[in-house]
Design a protein around this ligand. Structure first.
Ligand SMILES: [Zn+2]
Length: 641
């Protein structure tokens, strides 16, 4: 049965609230991040990024498109790409989570004004979209391959779920989304239009709106879209039907493939449908695809997608660092999938993947001031970027410095909605107790399924410091378990409770039985910097090493080298482990002599031995911090001597 009465999907202010599963999410009212890097990101997001995005949506006319549509046209005045409505919805979702996190009268006012403009453009039958269906425009749903109409409405549903769950179930945005979803069900139901959207998203949106509103019809429609996909419903295109995952049914696929954002959004929707319908085979299929994708198609940073041309996954092992596309949105999507699998099945590997992608891709996208963004996240920048004007739209997604806005601007609002709701990924509960998945200074005030309360304060200098203290402010009266994740990057960890218990454990979940009120549980992770070597199948980085410090991938940036030396001249002495002085990590490295300018290949017999370069100490920076000091070259993978 779908959505049993008393379902928790309406009341928990979190992005994903399944009716069932191994673990239960906690809402933003139960987990508050109080310090550290994620708190700073949330502050910048609230203080700068939300208004920055709103400014650009207004300036580029993407908000104005709704005003034009409300007035009946004219179609010729519409600006932006076919999916520009979705950026408005993603900003609304980000604002809704931010308002759920902390009331703000000004933000509430701006949110309400934007929603009224959106609502005014809704057609009497519930259809909502500014690109199709009005005089001078193509009829609705005549370009399902590229039109993004259902994709856009899917983002509307996620925004509405955020609003419904943060205390405003009767909000105008929720009613707009309900009418739109009713329209989609009526139009694309079992006896209706048999199409699907070229860009998956409506599935995950319908499932979550269904959970938030207790409406099983929306979930059934999501399941219908999923079942239709993979049978060549959409036209064959230059990239092939694999581009939009219409080449093979999702339950028969072996690995994520095609456009990386689409693949992740589709998988997220598939997990939602599988969980709500008890379809273990579908869940097995997606979990298997996730595992192979992580094992063979994911960058060290957690980034996904190595094709620029079609923004797609490459084949297994095709992970060139200098051609990494690694779109920010693909990593937001990967967090969506990993989080749903974690809730459904448990498994520390899912929380590991979330940490990797959040720390090294999602957090890399925005500049420190929250007003410019990476769209693609290369692991190797060979040519210094040109300065990007702070008041111009970037035409290129591959801009090598962060840009204030893009013609295709999916990434900035995706970052904003993720940061505003990032506390939701910190912890979960189950019948036995509380599980901590991500570490940050935080206050956790959770209600267990039994109704008992647990209050925990997390004190840590993570991720620079591997010590995490969990202060048990209030423990349940009976038996309970505090579960802590030991990340896969920490070869071992020490867990101590101030009652005297002390043990060394390996990566995975470690259970601490029933600490009482007033207890302090200390987890010491090994966050020392260390070399990482790639699987030799990844040809593009064979013979290279990277440096990771805790969850943070580090990189070499040219601004830290002597004038005239480039990152491509550097070779590392991997026999000397990286070390840290005053928070900066160093490697021992040499600078290759200049090439003689001739043919760069030689028969092995003729190759002159290269003189061993003089070695020096070279500093590295966190990858998420790179390109904040002006144009530079950069690389994550460094050739070993
Ligand atoms: Zn994007």
């Amino acid at each position: 049965m779908l959505f049993p009465t008393g379902h928790r999907g309406a009341a928990t202010p979190a992005p994903v609230v399944p009716s069932t599963g191994r673990l239960q999410p906690l809402g933003l009212d139960q987990v508050r991040i109080t310090g550290g890097p994620w708190a700073r990101r949330q502050e910048v997001n609230a203080a700068a990024t939300l208004a920055h995005i709103e400014h650009w949506l207004e300036r580029e006319g993407w908000l104005g498109n709704f005003d034009l549509a409300a007035a009946g046209g004219p179609a010729a005045g519409r600006r932006g790409r076919e999916f520009s409505d979705s950026e408005v919805y993603k900003l609304l979702e980000a604002m809704a989570w931010e308002l759920g996190r902390r009331p703000d009268a000004d933000l509430e006012h701006r949110f309400g004004a934007m929603v009224r403009r959106v609502a005014a453009a809704q057609e009497p039958d519930g259809y909502l979209g500014t690109r199709f269906g009005r005089p001078g425009q193509e009829p609705r749903y005549t370009d399902l391959e590229w039109g993004h109409e259902l994709y856009c409405q899917g983002h509307l549903y996620q925004a509405a779920a955020a609003r419904a769950r943060t205390g405003r179930p009767g909000d105008l945005l929720v009613e707009v989304a309900r009418r739109s979803a009713d329209h989609v069900c009526a139009t694309f139901g079992p006896d209706g239009n048999q199409g699907i959207c070229g860009h998956a998203e409506v599935e995950v949106g319908l499932a979550e709106l269904g959970r938030a509103l207790g409406e099983p019809r929306y979930l059934a429609q999501a399941a219908l879209f999923l079942d239709r996909r993979g049978h060549g419903v959409l036209a064959d295109i230059e990239f092939g039907r694999s581009y939009y995952q219409d080449d093979v049914p999702v339950r028969d696929a072996e690995v994520f493939h095609g456009h990386a954002v689409r693949a992740n959004y589709l998988a997220a929707g598939a997990v939602d449908v599988a969980v709500e319908t008890g379809d273990e085979k579908l869940l097995d299929a997606v979990a298997g695809q996730w595992a192979r994708t992580q094992a063979r198609r994911t960058y060290l940073t957690g980034g996904q997608g190595s094709h620029h041309q079609d923004e797609a996954f490459g084949d297994d092992w095709v992970l060139p660092p200098d051609r990494a596309y690694s779109e920010t949105c693909a990593s937001v999507g990967s967090v969506m999938v990993s989080w749903r699998l974690l809730l459904a099945r448990g498994g520390a590997q899912y929380a590991d993947a979330i940490e990797r992608a959040l720390t090294n891709v999602v957090a890399t996208s925005p500049a420190h001031d929250g007003r410019s963004f990476f769209y693609a996240n290369t692991l190797h920048q060979r040519v210094p970027a040109e300065h990007v004007a702070t008041d111009e739209v970037s035409k290129r997604a591959e801009a090598s410095l962060r840009a204030p806005w893009f013609e295709v601007a999916c990434c900035p609002p995706n970052v904003a909605r993720t940061f505003a709701s990032v506390a939701a990924y910190v912890a979960t509960v189950d019948d036995g107790g509380v599980q901590l998945h991500q570490y940050a200074p935080a206050e956790i005030r959770a209600t267990l399924p039994s109704g008992e309360q647990v209050a925990l304060d997390v004190v840590t200098g993570y991720p620079d410091d591997g010590r995490v203290e969990v202060h048990v402010v209030d423990a349940p009266s009976g038996d309970w378990t505090l579960t802590l994740r030991v990340p896969s990057w920490s070869p071992s960890a020490r867990v101590r409770v101030d009652d005297g218990s002390d043990r060394v454990v390996g990566p995975g979940f470690v259970e601490v039985p029933g600490p009482r009120s007033g207890a302090v549980v200390t987890l010491d992770l090994d966050a020392a910097p260390r070399f990482v070597v790639p699987d030799p199948h990844i040809d593009a980085v064979r013979g290279c090493v990277a440096v990771q410090r805790g969850p943070q991938v580090l990189c070499l940036e040219s601004v830290d080298l002597d004038e005239g030396d480039g990152v491509d001249d550097v070779v590392v002495d991997a026999s000397v482990p990286p070390w840290e002085v005053d928070g900066t990590v160093y490697v021992r490295a040499g600078i290759l002599g200049a090439s003689d300018g001739g043919w760069p290949y030689a028969a092995t017999d003729d190759a002159a031995p290269r003189p061993r370069p003089e070695l020096r100490d070279v500093p590295l920076v966190a990858y998420h911090d790179w390109a904040n000091r002006g144009p530079a070259t950069m690389r994550v993978w460094l050739p070993a001597l």
